[in-house]
Each structure stands twice: as C-alpha cells, then as structure tokens.
Design a binder for this molecule. Structure first.
Ligand SMILES: NC(=O)c1ccc[n+]([C@@H]2O[C@H](COP(=O)([O-])OP(=O)(O)OC[C@H]3O[C@@H](n4cnc5c(N)ncnc54)[C@H](OP(=O)(O)O)[C@@H]3O)[C@@H](O)[C@H]2O)c1
Length: 245
C-alpha cells in the first residue's frame, strides 16, 4: 500500500487532501501542531493513519520527528508540504515577518530535506509543495507571505531539475482562493474553491505527476495574466478591491 504524509493536516486544504488520499487507498501520516484536530481527522479517514505533532518552525526538532514518523509508517512514497501561515503583517513588524519565514520557508525546506534523503535512498518518491498564486507577484499588504510562496515555487522547480534522473517527482500546487481559516474575511476574493474541491484537483495533479497545477484550473488564466501584467496595472488592484496597502 502506498504511504503519504501531509504536513499541515489539521485544517483547511491539508485536512481535505489527507482525506482524499485516505479514500484513494493511501496510508496517511498526519502532521501539525494541533494534535486534537489530527485525532478527530483520524476518525474520518477509512485507511490506516498515523499522527505526529510537529511544529515545522522548530526546524531541527521537526526533522527528527518527521524521520521518526517515516520509520513508524514503514516507508514513504509521497509527501505533501502544505503547512503555511499568512500574518498579514502590513506594518512589517519583525516577529510576524520572521515567523512567516520560519514556517513557510525554513520549515518547508526542513521537511523537504528529510523527505529527499529518504527518496534518494530508495530512488523514488513524490514531493508536493503547496505554494500559491500569491507567489507570482509581490504584495504591499503581506510582503513576506507572497515572497515566501515565491521561494516555495522556485525551490520546487530547482528540485525538479535536480532530481530529473532520480525517479523523484516534484509538483508545485498553486491555489487561488480556497475557503479556509486562512482566507476568512479577506477582501476581494473571487473564484473561491471549497477545500474539498481543491483537494480533489490536487489529487488529480498528484496522480498525473504534474509539474505545476493551478487550483482551481481556471486560476491558470490569472497566473498567466499576473506574469505579463505591467507593474502600473498590477498596482490598480489596490484601488479596485480596496486592499489595505
Ligand atoms: N486558502 C487559500 O486561499 C490558499 C491559497 C493559496 C495557498 N494556500 C496555502 O495552502 C496551505 C494551507 O492553508 P489553508 O488555507 O488550508 O490554511 P489553514 O486552514 O490555516 O491551514 C494551515 C495548516 O498549516 C499548519 N501549520 C501552520 N503552522 C504550522 C507549524 N508551525 N507547524 C506545523 N504545521 C503548521 C496548520 O496546522 P497547526 O496550526 O495545527 O499546526 C494547518 O494544518 C498554506 O501553505 C497556504 O499558504 C492557501
């Protein structure tokens, strides 16, 4: 039976992805800080599940715990690194800035690092990172969040090149808006997907071993626009949707 770990499985997209993986026949390792939510999720997944309380921002301890989990599961075929925060830190205070980087960047790399060593040793595996459409451009409202997601996408592209001969697949998932705790009350949302809808499309992207997948699919149009839009037009969005900046 195939084995998957979802980092950040306690809520939102990660929770929904863990469920669809369980329904698809994977044994699933569930990772997050809120262990009670992981215990509840275990009851909802028909497959064999494992849980581990890990704070990815405690990088080295998190790496030890992830190695332990892989051992407890007896192996790993797929890792979905979904943990992420957005502190909406418009005042650029230091603590929220470094927290965002600790979770979304260093925590992300720490989890990848453990998975990569395991996949290289067995000469197979699949790494899936949840970045964001937000990573395509900077944001005056949440600079560190957008920059952290740019890091995630860029890092994953690098890994894809690095491992092209190692039978290790790398998928960059770029969601637009998904209805979760993270986006609750955020202004200017459109084409909002449910977490379940997003998870189903993420599963398809995993099965097809896609390099980059926009969730939902039509966000590919927005991605294309974001890549070509000149700065003076991109900035107009602050006026149009009254985003604080
Ligand atoms: N919602 C959207 O519209 C959207 C769009 C694009 C990208 N994304 C990305 O999708 C991912 C999931 O976000 P979501 O919208 O589903 O939000 P969410 O419901 O807040 O889920 C975030 C998940 O990350 C985990 N997490 C946060 N800090 C962690 C830490 N230090 N250690 C371990 N796990 C941690 C949380 O678990 P604990 O708090 O229990 O630790 C939770 O399971 C994020 O990477 C986000 O940037 C979301």
């Amino acid at each position: 039976m195939k084995k998957a770990i979802v980092i950040g499985a306690s809520s939102g997209i990660g929770r929904a992805v863990a469920k669809v993986l369980g329904q698809d026949g994977y044994e699933v390792g569930l990772v997050a800080r809120r262990i009670e939510l992981l215990r509840q999720l275990q009851q909802e997944i028909p497959a064999q599940t494992y849980i581990k309380q890990i704070d990815v921002s405690k990088h080295e301890a998190a790496m030890v715990l992830l190695k332990e989990l892989i051992q407890e599961m007896g192996g790993l075929d797929l890792i979905v690194i979904n943990s992420g925060i957005n502190t909406h830190n418009i005042n650029l205070d230091w603590k929220p800035e470094i927290k965002t980087i600790d979770v979304n960047v260093s925590g992300f790399v720490a989890m990848i690092n453990v998975a990569v060593k395991h996949f290289l040793a067995q000469n197979s595996g699949h790494i899936v990172g949840i970045s964001s459409i937000a990573g395509l451009r900077g944001s005056g409202a949440c600079s560190s969040y957008n920059a952290s997601k740019a890091f995630v996408s860029n890092y994953l592209e690098g890994l894809r090149h690095r491992f092209r001969r190692n039978n290790i697949y790398v998928t960059d998932i770029c969601p637009g808006f998904v209805e979760t705790a993270m986006t609750k009350g955020e202004p200017g949302q459109f084409w909002v997907a449910s977490a379940q809808g997003a998870a189903k499309q993420i599963l398809t992207a995993i099965e097809k071993k896609e390099k980059v997948a926009y969730i939902t699919r039509r966000w590919g149009i927005i991605a294309w626009l974001l890549k070509i839009l000149p700065d003076w037009i991109y900035r107009l969005r602050y006026k149009i949707v009254k985003i604080e900046n």
